[in-house]
Write a protein that binds this ligand. Sequence first.
Ligand SMILES: Cc1cc2nc3c(=O)[nH]c(=O)nc-3n(C[C@H](O)[C@H](O)[C@H](O)COP(=O)(O)OP(=O)(O)OC[C@H]3O[C@@H](n4cnc5c(N)ncnc54)[C@H](O)[C@@H]3O)c2cc1C
Length: 420
Amino acid sequence: MSADVLVIGSGPAALAIASELGQRGLQVHGLSATDPAAPWQNTYGIWVQEVDQLGLQGLLAHRWSQSVSYFGEGGGSGPSSDQPLDHGLDYGLFDKALLQQHWLGICAAAGMLWHRGEAVAISHSARDSVVSTACGQRLSARLVVDASGHQPVFVQRPDGGPVAGQAAYGVVGRFSAPPVAPGQFVLMDYRSDHLDAAERRCAPPTFLYAMDLGGGVFFVEETSLALAPPVPFTALKDRLHRRLAHRGIAVEAVEHEELCLFPMNLPLPNLDQRVVGFGGAASMVHPASGYMVGSLLRRAPGLAAAIAGALGDGSLDGAQVASRAWQALWPLEMRRKHALYRFGLEKLMRYPDAELRQFFGTFFSLPQSQWYGFLTNTLPLGQLIRAMLLLFVHAPWGVRWGLIQQQGRELALLGRLLNP
Ligand SMILES: Cc1cc2nc3c(=O)[nH]c(=O)nc-3n(C[C@H](O)[C@H](O)[C@H](O)COP(=O)(O)OP(=O)(O)OC[C@H]3O[C@@H](n4cnc5c(N)ncnc54)[C@H](O)[C@@H]3O)c2cc1C
């Protein structure tokens, strides 16, 4: 039986788009290498305002109103200032089982049919596509949406040079003393006084992402925002233990270890291909922050509407349907913003410890609507550029100099702002 849309994968991206397609009356089939109901491994955090605006705050397991970061004195150069910068915005963690059930429930109500198997090949006719699995199943659909993650099975993207990975080593557990203040969420603790001077000057900067989960349990994670090649897990684990030891804290019990690695600066996929991507497969990770789930929630309805509209237009062939979908997912303005974010990340990866802390100190002193809009990719292009110019004006000279100097592929990335 041929479907309207075959969605590949059963991660957050696949479920987000499948549930939106199903709600538009399309016959949706899913193909996943793993059981769609199997528990997800990753922990998903988000600014609460993003879920509040969608009326999905009930899907959170935790919500913190004390959200802070540490960047050194007044955003200045001191590596050890204990003065937190208060973000003044709530941060949350999804109840990942609830989020998954939420989407699976909508899919089931729409009559979605799941197939288990690994997609390995695809062929196209003018009207349909046929996906073959490793076990020899053949599944046909008018359109295939590849949501198989950051290394997609079918979606093609150009080679954009070295891929930077966000890497993190984290522990959920109990500690000899609270690693963060009770009830607190720490977005970025860039204090580096546990490192020696040479490490601070030459080694890649990393930060602590941490939160009080209640009942004496905390999550602490040493994170490298992005680097190519990524910072190894052994180095991050060592950094985490040294950071904690420096503050007289020992890990007493480990409930869960998180090893996190995903690409941050993948180029956009080719927009003229027959298979449409969504999520990691479509380079939707925010290149300057690593967040994606908020984008999935915001952008799935628009993509689903475009697909439903195109499939409903009998005059369009398969390639034209795919083209309409890609244009809806990555319109010109979004592509330009993506180029700007990739350029910004390239700059961040070059800053040594002191300048990086100064950069973030300046960034988070911008008006909240600007830094929040930057991090969530919700600012129109003009406002995004304005926020970046304001940051340049307010930044210390060391940071400005780093922004002015053009190295490596930075100019080419900036050029993509005009011709993405
Ligand atoms: C540890 C970690 C923590 C993260 N934390 C956050 C966070 O806090 N907030 C945030 O917004 N983002 C976060 N991210 C980034 C991003 O949101 C995640 O990587 C997210 O899981 C990507 O979703 P996805 O659905 O695109 O891909 P995935 O979650 O990787 O799902 C891919 C799916 O495709 C299936 N699949 C793969 N290949 C095939 C095939 N050939 N055939 C059939 N099925 C296939 C897999 O079984 C899986 O179901 C994090 C990432 C990681 C790794």
